[in-house]
Design a protein around this ligand. Structure first.
Ligand SMILES: Nc1ncnc2c1ncn2[C@@H]1O[C@H](COP(=O)(O)OP(=O)(O)O)[C@@H](O)[C@H]1O
Ligand SMILES: [Mg+2]
Length: 268
């Protein structure tokens, strides 16, 4: 759940302002739900994008802080793909990251949207990028609780794993910038495309239309269909279980989208 900027204790604000200078205006981020605080701040030097999370106790990181630490470790190695990380503040029971502000809007993944070409270009570039050592999470582990053998999803490619329309910012000069690197992982390159599928369906693609669109990616067409079937089934099963435990609207929607895709793989 998001908190407000004003929930930040004075000690944390003070340390942030030591980096940014006095903050004149705060605009909460228009989307996302992981970090406790996500906002654009305006300063004399320009805008900075800040994500912050509260620890569960003075010296104990909770899951949100752990995600931010992960993001802070990874982003400096993402060069052209991610906004620059300017500073990290670890104070007053909070972790805050200050990023280069990207002037951009959310991408539109709807069928026929020109943003789909920018999405394809970004994903193509990611698919051939080297996966830096700092990316330690192995994507296949997500499905260990629902599959006996998750090795088909393993690999050495760099995966963002959450390429949704709100994490792809389109700048006024037509560049695409991927944000939200907290869950970047290593795995088989085609898994990135499998993870993208529900976002394409959510934007209005049919499963067959999304499958056609994905045919432009060599890793997807080269993947063993049996592996894609396995992925599709375990992806849906894990979200089904998640929705049973936590029926939040977005979880139920994701469970439904992954179920639709798995059904299409089974039945066409
Ligand atoms: N560097 C940035 N510059 C401008 N806006 C950003 C930046 N990073 C993220 N955002 C905006 O904030 C939203 C939430 O940030 P994100 O990193 O996705 O956090 P969450 O983990 O909460 O989803 C994004 O969907 C985007 O609209
Ligand atoms: Mg996000």
């Amino acid at each position: 759940m998001r908190s407000d900027w004003i929930d930040l204790p004075p000690e944390v604000l003070g340390t942030i302002e030591a980096h940014t200078g006095p903050i004149r205006k705060v605009e909460p981020a228009p989307a996302g739900n992981h970090a406790d605080v996500a906002a654009t701040v305006h300063t004399a030097g320009g805008r900075v994008f800040i994500k912050a999370a509260r620890k569960v106790a003075a010296d104990t990181d909770g899951p949100e802080v752990r995600s931010l630490r992960n993001e802070a470790r990874i982003v400096p190695h993402m060069n052209e793909f991610a906004p620059r990380l300017h500073w990290t503040v670890d104070a007053g029971g909070w972790l805050a990251l200050g990023f280069e502000h990207v002037d951009g809007r959310h991408a539109d993944f709807a069928p026929g949207s020109p943003d789909l070409d920018l999405l394809a270009k970004t994903v193509h570039a990611l698919q051939v990028a080297r996966c830096p050592e700092v990316v330690r999470m192995r994507v296949e582990r997500r499905w260990e609780s629902v599959a006996e053998d998750v090795s088909p999803m393993s690999g050495a490619a760099l995966l963002h794993t959450d390429v949704n329309a709100e994490n792809l910012l389109i700048t006024p000069d037509g560049r695409a910038v991927l944000v939200d690197w907290a869950f970047a992982s290593r795995g088989a390159a085609w898994v990135e495309l499998g993870l993208l599928l529900p976002w394409l369906l959510k934007a209005g693609h049919s499963p067959a239309g999304a499958a056609d669109w994905l045919a432009r990616f060599p890793s997807w067409t080269a993947a063993d269909p049996a592996d894609v079937d396995l992925f599709s089934a375990v992806f849906a099963e894990r979200w089904r279980r998640h929705a049973e435990r936590d029926p939040a609207a977005w979880v139920v929607l994701h469970a439904d989208l992954t179920r639709r895709w798995a059904k299409f793989r089974r039945e066409g």
